[in-house]
Write a protein that binds this ligand. Structure first.
Ligand code: PA5
Length: 485
């Protein structure tokens, strides 16, 4: 771990790993005046960006009590060391690690693990996993089939060997989110049954410092706990123990993640749009939105970043979808989804901006073989790598968009590692806050999420939600005339 850490401190290495944004294909000189952004208008946003930056730095904008995510890259290594120690301990004593959490308490850690660790790691043996456990996520739904499938993998009696041993990390800031809390009831009970008096050693809780039911349970049971800071909202919490502990258990270099976030945070201290990738992204997305581009496709050109896209979906939708405004974020993986969404992006309504996530150097070189018979006619590709084919496909796709006035931009990622991923998290978090302030909304709250909960809890019989049950029961009823089949 430490050698990677040293490398992340080297300014030369850092520069080679800098995430950059190529926005040529957003601009009128490249894709035409009708659909492209006027460069003068874009750079003319500098004054507004400076105002937004002042709101962020002075913490005077709406929701600024939740801007604590900006401090996370500077917190020092003490907590990271503690997280690493707990993670190593959990990894040594279990071969199945279950993480319970939903929304901001789930998407970030899964994004990290899927981005940085081998796709099929759960299927490999423990040596190939560098002695780290298999990782499973639950408590993010109420789907009984998926739930049972995971339960079936877990032991029902004291494990006979390490391969059967499971540990648990329950993550909930409020400590009361029903999906997570109900799942925890089952896993908590199972841990007691399986481990007897020792069960508390196998459970970690990540929650509020003092409030909430999970905090109360953890204190009574004596679980090790980690705290989600008050000033960090769920979807901005990936660089707190919420995202870091699961990542460290799986074997990710969390020091590298934080170093990457800090590198991006430093770059973003300069408000100049030509130098600040977060503010440039905010300006591009905001101007495009005002021109009617209300659908944002995050197109990852590697499978590993698909869950990063889902993390971003939440960040964007929950932060900006307010006051009847906000662009709709969607994730796709290319070239896979060119065979699905591709048609609509190329030929459908002109309301879409594509943000490509482009990994410039893959970890593996897979060369297409020559076959003497050439029955499939693919020998023209022999000797080329899949990575080269991917890059050519991306360039061709962007040109096909551009020649038809369809805007796209590329987030260029020199290679996928903890340092570049840390940059990406901070980049998009800061950018979304800036965009929210450009829109005049609070990008740090989520009042709309409460609506479904009132009626769900009312229908489930929670006493304090009875009035919502009454309202639900009195709702205008549909008619069987409008049911077919
Ligand atoms: O971004 C958010 O605030 C939400 O997505 C929450 O993270 C999610 O609802 C889970 O909440 P909690 O961590 O309180 O269980």
């Amino acid at each position: 771990m430490k050698s990677v850490l040293e490398k992340t401190r080297d300014p030369l290495w850092q520069r080679t790993m800098a995430v950059r944004i190529d926005f040529n294909n957003m601009l009128s000189p490249v894709i035409g005046r009708e659909e492209g952004l006027d460069p003068d208008a874009l750079f003319g946003m500098q004054k507004r960006i400076d105002e937004v930056d002042a709101m962020i730095r002075n913490r005077s904008g709406k929701g600024s009590e939740f801007l604590g995510f900006m401090d996370l890259p500077y917190k020092g290594e003490e907590e990271l060391d503690r997280i690493q120690k707990t993670a190593d301990h959990l990894a040594a004593m279990s071969d199945i690690h279950v993480i319970l959490g939903i929304g901001g308490s789930y998407l970030g850690s899964r994004a990290v693990i899927e981005a940085l660790l081998p796709t099929y790691r759960n299927e490999t043996d423990r040596t190939k996993r560098h002695e780290r456990p298999r990782i499973y996520f639950e408590g993010n739904n109420m789907d009984p089939d998926a739930f049972s499938a995971l339960m079936d993998l877990l032991p029902k009696k004291k494990p006979a060997n390490l391969a059967e041993t499971f540990s648990l990390n329950v993550v909930s800031k409020s400590g009361g989110t029903v999906e997570t809390a109900v799942a925890f009831r089952f896993f908590h009970k199972l841990a007691k049954e399986v481990y007897g008096n020792d069960y508390a050693k196998y459970v970690v809780a990540t929650t509020d410092a003092s409030k909430g039911k999970l905090r109360a349970i953890a204190d009574v049971e004596g679980f090790e706990t980690y705290v989600i800071p008050d000033d960090v909202g769920g979807r901005y919490s990936v660089l707190t123990p919420v995202g870091l502990l699961p990542s460290a258990v799986a074997g990710v270099n969390i020091y590298g993640l934080i170093a990457g976030a800090r590198y991006m945070a430093e770059r973003c201290k300069d408000t100049d749009l030509k130098k600040n990738p977060a503010y440039m992204l905010a300006a591009l997305n905001h101007l495009s939105y005002t021109k009617g581009k209300n659908v944002s496709i995050m197109a990852s050109w590697c499978k590993a970043l698909e869950f990063f896209g889902f993390w971003h979906d939440q960040l964007c939708a929950e932060s900006l979808g307010k006051d009847e405004m906000g662009r709709v974020p969607l994730t796709s993986v290319n070239t896979r989804d060119l065979h699905a969404r591709g048609q609509e992006i190329q030929d459908g309504p002109r309301n879409t901006v594509v943000t490509n996530l482009v990994v410039e150097n893959f970890n593996h070189e897979v060369v297409v073989p020559r076959v003497d018979t050439d029955l499939d006619g693919l020998n023209y590709l022999a000797g080329k790598t899949l990575g080269e084919m991917q890059i050519k496909a991306m360039a061709g796709t962007c040109y096909a968009y551009a020649r038809d006035g369809r805007p796209s931009m590329n987030v260029l990622i020199p290679e996928l590692n903890a340092f570049t991923l840390g940059q990406l998290f901070y980049l998009f978090e800061l950018s979304i806050v800036a965009e929210g302030y450009l829109m005049g909304i609070n990008p740090l709250d989520q009042p709309g999420v409460e609506a479904y909960k009132k009626f769900m809890f009312g229908n489930l019989g929670r006493a304090d939600m009875n009035k919502y049950k009454e309202e639900f029961d009195a709702r205008p009823k549909g008619s069987s005339d409008y049911l077919v089949g």
